[in-house]
Design a protein around this ligand. Sequence first.
Ligand SMILES: *[C@@H]1O[C@H](CO)[C@@H](O)[C@H](O)[C@H]1NC(C)=O
Ligand SMILES: *[C@@H]1O[C@H](CO)[C@@H](O)[C@H](O)[C@H]1NC(C)=O
Ligand SMILES: *[C@@H]1O[C@H](CO)[C@@H](O)[C@H](O)[C@H]1NC(C)=O
Length: 270
Amino acid sequence: MNSLIKRVIICLGFLLNQILFTNSDLFSSAFMAKNYHILDNNSLLFKEFIKNKFFCLQACLMDIQCYYAKYDKNECSLFTIEAKIDPISLSDKKIYQKIINELLDEDIGMLPIQNLFLENCSNMDVYWSLTTNSCLPCKTGFMKYSEYPNICYHNVSEWKSFDESKTYCESKDAFLLRPKTKKERIFFAQKFPNLRAFVDSKITSVGKKYKWPDGSYVFGFSFWQPDNWQPFKPRRWWILWENFLEILSNGNFNDVSINHKNELTICQHN
Ligand SMILES: *[C@@H]1O[C@H](CO)[C@@H](O)[C@H](O)[C@H]1NC(C)=O
Ligand SMILES: *[C@@H]1O[C@H](CO)[C@@H](O)[C@H](O)[C@H]1NC(C)=O
Ligand SMILES: *[C@@H]1O[C@H](CO)[C@@H](O)[C@H](O)[C@H]1NC(C)=O
């Protein structure tokens, strides 16, 4: 590697560490350490190897849905508030529970983080706005499900391709559905029987892993998916044919091509 680039990377790493460690008090005021044991992974949002616990807590602070963070042997797992916990187990694994509403404004200003989610928009008509960091009323045409109190959703029945669905949501100042947890996938599958709708993930080369726009990996694929299935023969595995994701009526994901259309579009506004 070019030694200048190497130096820049080392410097950046150092700076970032400085920021994170000097803010460790802030992280400890944003989280409560608990000896909870998380009983299932249906509310798992994110699971990745992360070198540093503070990056893991930062990922939780930035995720609107994250409520618990677990850091164990460099593995960071984030869970929503729906996680089934056993509060009296003798597990010595620490779980960090996000404290909502308790950080002071001046603390927030010091955190190297945008889009902090620290409030709870439990009132029926408001959602958590990432642009203003506050609870705002749902936009016209959007609605809330009590199960997901911080997000407003919109659905429309018109045949659309991935790009058309995505553009449609953007025209509503929103984005395609991002159901990260199994609970959400099952929830939408039940809300919309015969569900088939695009979700906000695509890849640009063969073999790439599907990720959500925040960089976390998508999990919850249907059996044998994603398969980059091709309608022509012989199959040419090196050609990317299916590079968009949809959610199926079983709540699992499947990859589809640019030619594929779905009758349902669900947009999410948060
Ligand atoms: C969730 O748990 C099941 C069973 O405990 C396991 O097979 C699966 O790999 C887990 N999923 C993730 C994403 O960790
Ligand atoms: C949000 O507020 C409601 C009602 O005030 C409460 O029941 C719920 O536990 C709160 N959720 C969080 C994440 O604090
Ligand atoms: C879909 O949107 C319509 C309004 O546009 C709403 O009445 C309906 O309840 C939504 N469907 C579901 C399953 O949420």
